[in-house]
Design a protein around this ligand. Sequence first.
Ligand code: ARG
Length: 425
Amino acid sequence: MSSERPTTTPRTASYEADPEQVHRVLLLYSGGLDTSVMLKWIQDEYDAEVVCLTVNLGQPGEDYEVIRDKAMRLGALDCLVVDAREEFAREYLVPAIKANALYGGGYPLFTALGRPLIAKLAVEHARAAACDTIAHGCTGKGNDQVRIEATVATLGPELKVIAPVRTWRMGREEEIAYAREHGIPIKTFSGQSGSETAPYSIDDNLWGRSSEGRWIEDLEHAPEDDVFQLVSRPEDAPAEPEQIELTFERGVPVALDGARLELVELIERTAAIGARHGVGIIDHIEDRIVGLKVRDIYEAPAAAIILPAHQELERLVCTIHQNQFKGQLDRQWAFLVYAGLWWEPLRGDLDAYMDRVNEQVSGTIGMKLYKGHARVITRSSANAVYDASLASFAESGGLFSQSAAPGFIELWSLQSRMAWRLRNE
Ligand code: ARG
C-alpha cells in the first residue's frame, strides 16, 4: 500500500465523505429543525440530490404525513416512511429484556437500541435508492453519531457518511435564520418566560423518552414539571393503586392481565398504564462513550414495569449460581449496546447465553403501580426453583435436613476461619 496521498485530501476517516464524492444522499429525516435545515443545506452545499428516510419506532404523537409533505416541499427526491416498530420490538427490545438491560444502573437504552436499527434501514434504503452517502443529524458530542456511523461502516462499507451539524458550525440562532431565509417552516417553542427559548433535546421511541439541555445541564436544578411530557407527575397520579399481571414465555412478555397481545401493543399498553401512574422517571448522570459526563431526564414507563417483572421471574427460575453470574453478563451487554457496538460478535455470544437462560423464564408476575412506583407483589412459574414446603419455617424433612446444617457451616466457613486466625493472632 502506498503512503502517498495528495496534499489536498482533507483528513477525514475513510467512511466520511469528501464533497466531490456526494451525489445522492439518504438523509435520516425527523422533520425537526436540524434535519430540515440539513435537507436544504445538502442540496445547496453539495449540489446533491436528497432522499429522506423517516423511521417510526413508536415515538408518540408523530404525524408522518406532515413530515413527508415537509420533506417533499423542501425539495426531497422522495421521503420514505418506514414503520419499524415490530422489528424494533422483536429484534432489539426482546434481547434487551432478556438481558435486563440497564446502562449505568438506570438507563433502559431506548435510544441506544433504536440507532443501530435506524442506521441498518438507512443502509438498505440508500442501496435501494442508489445513494452514495448517508446523512444524519447527530452532533459531535453525543453517542448517537458513534452508533449510526459504526453501523453504516459495518453494514454498508461502500457508503459514505456526512454529519452536517458536526461540521457546519451554525448555532441554533443561525439555523433559525437559515431556515427563515430558505422558507423552512419552524415550530417555535415558548419557555416559561413567554419568550422564545431553545427546546429540550428530545429523543423517543416505544421504550422511552429522553430530554437533555436547558436547566437539565445544571446538576443542582431539580426537574421542572414541563419536562414530563410522557409520564404524569407522581403527585398528580391517581390516588388509587392499580394492579397488573404480566405473563412471560421464554423471557418474552406475551400477555397483560391474562390477555395475549402482540408485542408492540403489549408494550404500548403497559407504557400507557405506567405513564398514568407516574412510573418510569429516571434522573440520570451518565458516562458517555465520547468522554463527557452528562445528565439526562428519562421517562420510560414500559421499561420500568417490564424489566423488573422479567428480572423477578428470572431470579425465581434460576439457581443461585446462574443469578450470581448473569448480572455480570447483563452489564456487559448493556455497555456494548450503549457504546454503539450492536454488531460486535460478543453481543451475539452474550445473546446465546441470554436465550439459553431465558428458556426457563416463563410465568406471571403481578405488579402494583402507585404514584411513581412499580412494585412486584406476586410471582408464579412452573419453572420456579422454589418449594414452599422446604422454605417454610415449619419443621421439614425430605430434601432439606436441618441436622445437616451445622456440618455445612463448619466446612463452608473453614478457609475463612483459618485465614482470620492467621491474620489476627
Ligand atoms: N443519553 C442517551 C444515550 O446516549 C440518550 C441520547 C438521546 N439522543 C438524542 N439525540 N437526543 O443513549
